[in-house]
Ligand binder design. Sequence first.
Ligand code: HEC
Length: 107
Amino acid sequence: MKSLTIFSILGLAALSASAVAGEDKIQLKHGPGSELVAAHCVMCHSLDMIQINSPFLKRGQWEATVTKMKKVMGAPINDEDTAKIVDYLTKYYGAETPPAPPAAAKN
Ligand code: HEC
């Protein structure tokens, strides 16, 4: 279901681009905090959870999401790392952030 959603949002261009790239490993945008996200957010699901939700989530919602991952799902993330992760997600995957050129554009 989630992948249907993302495909309908991003449209056919993204669908065919990712099909061509055939990538199974999601690359996070590089920036301060990306290594924390890579370390803490792949324990239970793939990083595409972040990409799929990035068009919708602003800072408060990312904060709520990370809190939910901790409180509801049991993600072991301390407060300091939480703040850095929320900063990172807001900056690189926030709804306020103008979308970066899709990674697929490089082909
Ligand atoms: C302990 C396991 C666990 C960890 C660690 C974890 N998640 Fe999740 N996450 C889940 C589960 C389970 C779901 C699906 C639950 C659902 O559909 O509500 C989920 C769903 C999501 C979603 C979909 C939206 C939502 O609210 O369900 C996002 C976005 C997400 N995770 C982001 C993250 C981020 C960012 C991190 C790192 C800070 C992270 N997750 C770490 C278990 C985890």
